[in-house]
Design a protein around this ligand. Structure first.
Ligand SMILES: Cc1cc2nc3c(=O)[nH]c(=O)nc-3n(C[C@H](O)[C@H](O)[C@H](O)COP(=O)(O)OP(=O)(O)OC[C@H]3O[C@@H](n4cnc5c(N)ncnc54)[C@H](O)[C@@H]3O)c2cc1C
Length: 560
């Protein structure tokens, strides 16, 4: 079915899809009347035709601001279409056109396709019913990270650790890029055009043709449109760490009028951002990927006016009277009335000879989702017996030839949720080796073998291996808080009643009141999520603590 779009130079489109040609023309006419000068109005008469058009636009590097889809269409209904359209243009705002009788389906779609709005037909007069909706969505789209640079090329090598680091960084920040292997013709052509010898990889080519050789995360971030510098030097609230707790705090802080900045060392999402599917977060009965949840949360924080800085490592916290100073690795600092520590935990490293050298060259921490395609048809090992390892096993089993879960303990049951143990038991590609640990990794430029030890018998065995994903627990990286904020023996930050036992003041605490629940040993500095001593280590708990910490920030500010 043809797609009707006017020729022109405008690179940003509004798409409308409706199987009734009359309705389709009418929507397009109304849209063109108001938005035709600034946007290309593209209309299609079926979901598949619209998807074709979206793919072509993607290849050309065009942008899409808003997609309006009719709900009732043969072949593919509006929700199914929007779900697929999201994969192509995740940032485009989504509207479902429905008849009154279909509002139930539209409400259901809010979770499935993260619907922004449903519009009842007829939408007459458009000035009242259509334009205010589309105006708001365009505004939201313009304010969101819709990436003004759609086409970034990364030329690298499969076994170059920095190449996989760069891909991981871009993917976790939802920056789209195209990957070219340096040993394939197109990759070599690009290297030649960039004047690069191919010894230092990767080479990242920005859309305006600039070649960055082996760029560091901060340089990359600034070239792909991610904010790295604070816009002011004083805030009401600095949130450190952009996992679920930090994102939750930023959404609540900014939406409640606090001048809020969220500072993240690598990429937004934290551990949750690396989860292939979170199945137990409230409101997502079909599960939600960490990347989707992160993307939505970040847009939400930005919508409310929170500043989000990436690639900024916080290395110090100082108390200067009523100001709390947050120092960055480069020595610069920002001040605030209050701070929320939401620094979570980081993966524990596997301690065995050969592992460090081969990290990024076959051994990966976390799910390294960017590597998943390369594992297709391969034999994969996963180390760990907790939920994160189980989720990764289920996810990788879709494409890999086999998945072997290496578990140090005697069974999965005591460390993994029942639902995952069940899923694993029903997937014939996954085998579980209990009482097993890795004692060495071998390979020249990439992983070739693992030496495994049976912890029950002490017997060792060397197996051939190219892909290992490690999930062996995590530790808080809070040494930089030493001497400033009280921490427990494992480095987790102690807060509220845990600081002193109920009823007593913690040592050195000078205020008349005891610390609030999530308040640390420094008044006005709060902690939320996995970084807190005795925390629940769950997405929902982290988000909830982020929200609660903001409530306590208000209480603190009222008495300042
Ligand atoms: C693979 C995987 C799957 C999981 N699946 C589930 C699940 O299905 N359900 C569930 O409930 N939970 C799940 N979890 C646990 C859940 O993800 C965590 O409990 C949650 O992410 C904790 O959120 P957080 O914000 O406290 O910390 P984190 O998610 O750890 O985020 C902390 C952030 O702070 C940043 N940071 C740290 N130090 C600094 C610093 N000094 N300066 C700047 N930034 C800093 C880090 O880079 C990180 O982005 C999973 C975890 C993993 C790893």
């Amino acid at each position: 079915m043809p797609v009707m779009a006017p020729e022109g130079t405008n690179r940003t489109a509004i798409i409308t899809v409706d199987d009734d040609p009359g309705v389709s023309r009418a929507v397009a006419r109304d849209l063109r009347r108001r938005y035709g000068e600034r946007y290309r109005i593209v209309r299609a008469e079926s979901g598949p035709a619209a998807l074709d058009a979206l793919s072509q636009m993607k290849l050309r590097g065009d942008l899409v601001a808003v997609i309006l889809a009719d709900y009732r269409m043969p072949q593919m209904n509006g929700i199914e279409f929007l779900e697929q359209a999201m994969d192509v243009y995740p940032g485009a705002r989504r509207v479902l056109l429905t008849a009154y009788a279909d509002t139930g389906a539209a409400i259901d779609a809010i979770n499935v396709v993260d619907l922004d709005h449903y519009l009842l037909k007829p939408w007459d007069p458009p000035e009242e019913k259509l334009y205010p909706v589309v105006d708001t969505l365009i505004e939201a789209w313009r304010e969101s990270d819709h990436r003004p640079v759609p086409e970034i090329k990364v030329v690298g090598h499969r076994w170059s650790a920095r190449s996989s680091g760069v891909r991981e960084f871009l993917a976790r920040n939802q920056v789209s890029y195209r990957w070219y292997a340096s040993d394939e013709p197109e990759g070599q052509r690009l290297l030649a055009a960039a004047g690069a010898d191919g010894l230092a990889l990767p080479v990242v080519i920005t859309p305006d043709g600039e070649a960055l050789i082996e760029p560091a995360d901060a340089e990359l971030a600034s070239r792909v449109g991610l904010a790295t510098m604070p816009s002011r030097d004083f805030y009401d609230l600095v949130v450190i760490g952009a996992g679920p707790a930090g994102l939750g705090a930023a959404v609540y802080g900014a939406s409640e009028g606090l001048r809020t900045v969220l500072v993240e060392r690598t990429a937004t999402g934290g551990q949750a951002g690396q989860s292939s599917r979170i199945e137990n977060y409230l409101g997502f009965p079909d599960g939600v990927s960490g990347a989707q949840l992160t993307d939505r949360a970040r847009r939400q924080a930005a919508k409310f006016g929170a500043e989000v800085l990436t690639t900024r490592d916080v290395t110090g916290l100082e108390v200067n009277g009523s100001a709390r100073s947050v120092r960055f690795a480069d020595g610069s600092a920002i001040d605030a009335h209050t701070v929320i520590l939401a620094t979570g935990v980081s993966y524990r490293q596997l301690d065995a000879p050969g592992v460090d050298e081969l990290t990024g060259r076959g051994i990966f921490y976390g799910s390294a989702l960017t590597e998943v395609a390369a594992c297709s048809g391969q034999d994969v090992f996963i180390v760990g017996g907790a939920n994160s390892a189980g989720q990764a096993a289920v996810y990788l089993a879709r494409g890999a030839r086999s998945v072997t879960l290496l578990v140090r303990g005697p069974s999965l049951e005591h460390s993994m949720s029942h639902y995952l143990v069940q899923q694993i038991a029903h997937l014939p590609k996954i085998s579980v080796r209990t009482c097993t640990e890795i004692i060495a990794a071998g390979g020249s430029d990439h992983l070739e073998s693992l030496t495994l030890r049976d912890t029950a018998t002490g017997r060792t065995e060397t197996v051939s291996a190219q892909w290992v994903f490690v999930f062996i627990g995590a530790a808080p990286l809070t040494d930089w808080l030493d001497g400033v904020v009280a921490r427990d023996a494992r480095g987790f930050v102690v807060a509220g009643p845990d600081l002193s036992g109920y009823g007593e003041r913690p040592r050195g605490w000078e205020l008349d009141r005891p610390p609030y629940h999530l308040e640390t040993s420094v008044p006005g500095v709060f902690v939320a999520g996995d970084a807190r001593s005795e925390s629940a280590k769950r997405v929902a708990a982290a988000v909830g603590e982020g929200a609660m910490a903001v409530m306590l920030v208000h209480r603190y500010l009222e008495k300042l």
